[in-house]
Design a protein around this ligand. Structure first.
Ligand code: PGA
Length: 256
C-alpha cells in the first residue's frame, strides 16, 4: 500500500483569518482521509505556531519553508533549526528554486543546510529540478545529478536515508504548466537509481515527490506513477476545498 507525503507549500501567502477558516474546513472534512497520507503544512515562519495550534489534534505535521545555516547568534532576520524544532516543526524545505533564484542559494550552501537539518534530527525536503533552458538542452538529469551529488559529498553514501526529495521542474512551478506524469516518472526513477547506486538498501527510506502546478485535475495521474511518492503543492494548497480534493484522490489510490 502506498502512503503518500502531501506537502502544502504556502510560500509568502496567508493571514490569521485565512488560517482559521482553512483549518475549520479541513477539520470538518479530513477525518476519513487523514491517516492514509502524511499531510504537512509549510506556512510562513510567522504563522508556524498558529498553524501548529490548528493541527494539534489532527494527524498533520509542520514544515518550515527555509532555515538559516547558523544555530544561534548575531544573524538578524533569520530562524534557526533549533527554534523551529522548539515550536514543533518536523520537516524543512531546503533549496526551493525560489530560494536558489531570489536568494542566490548554491548547491554547496544548500548541502550545508541539509547536513545540519539531518544532524538535528529534522527531515529535509530537498528541492531539485531544471530550468526551461536546461530542459530544452537535454540537461535535466545532469542538473539533478549535480544537485544530489553535492549532498553525497558532504554526508556520504547514506545521505538520503529518512529524507525527502522534491522534483520540481522550475518551468512548471506556478505556471499552470505541469510536467507530464510519465516524464516525471522517468526522472523519479533516475533519482532513485542514482541514490541506489550509492546506497543499495536505502531507497525505501527516501521519499521522492513531485511539485509544479499540481491540482485536483492532474494529481491522480502523478500519484499513479510507481516512483512518485507524494506531492509538493503550492497555489492549489491555499484553497481548502481544492486541497481536500487532492487528499481524497491520494486516499483513493492508497486504497486501490
Ligand atoms: P505550484 O508551486 O504548485 O504553485 O506550482 C509548487 C512549489 O513551488 O512548491
Amino acid at each position: 500500500m502506498k502512503n503518500f507525503l502531501i506537502v502544502a507549500n504556502w510560500k509568502l501567502n496567508g493571514n490569521i483569518k485565512m488560517i482559521s477558516s482553512f483549518f475549520e474546513t479541513l477539520k470538518l472534512n479530513l477525518s476519513a482521509y487523514a491517516n492514509k497520507s502524511t499531510i504537512v503544512f509549510a506556512p510562513s515562519d510567522v504563522y508556524l505556531e498558529r498553524v501548529y495550534q490548528c493541527i494539534n489534534d489532527m494527524n498533520i505535521f509542520l514544515a518550515a519553508q527555509n532555515v538559516d545555516i547558523n544555530l544561534k547568534g548575531a544573524f538578524t532576520g533569520e530562524s534557526s533549526i533549533l527554534m523551529l524544532k522548539d515550536i514543533g516543526v518536523k520537516y524543512i524545505i531546503i533549496g526551493h528554486s525560489e530560494r536558489r533564484l531570489f536568494h542566490q542559494e548554491t548547491n554547496d550552501f544548500i548541502a550545508k543546510k541539509f547536513l545540519l537539518v539531518k544532524k538535528l534530527k529534522l527531515i529535509p525536503i530537498l528541492c531539485v529540478g531544471e530550468t526551461e533552458k536546461e530542459k530544452q538542452n537535454g540537461q535535466t538529469k545532469q542538473v539533478i545529478k549535480e544537485q544530489l551529488s553535492c549532498i553525497f559529498q558532504k554526508l556520504g553514501n547514506s545521505a538520503f536515508r529518512n529524507t525527502v526529495i522534491a522534483y520540481e521542474p522550475i518551468w512548471a512551478i506556478g505556471t499552470g504548466f505541469s510536467a507530464h506524469p510519465k516524464d516525471v516518472q522517468l526522472i523519479h526513477e533516475f533519482i532513485k537509481n542514482y541514490i541506489r547506486k550509492h546506497d543499495p538498501s536505502s531507497i525505501n527510506e527516501t521519499i521522492v515527490q513531485y511539485g509544479g502546478s499540481v491540482n485536483h485535475s492532474n494529481a491522480k495521474e502523478f500519484l499513479k506513477q510507481s516512483d512518485i511518492n507524494g506531492l509538493l503543492i503550492g497555489s492549489a494548497s491555499l484553497n481548502p476545498q481544492e486541497f481536500l480534493k487532492i487528499i481524497r484522490i491520494a486516499c483513493h489510490i492508497t486504497g486501490e
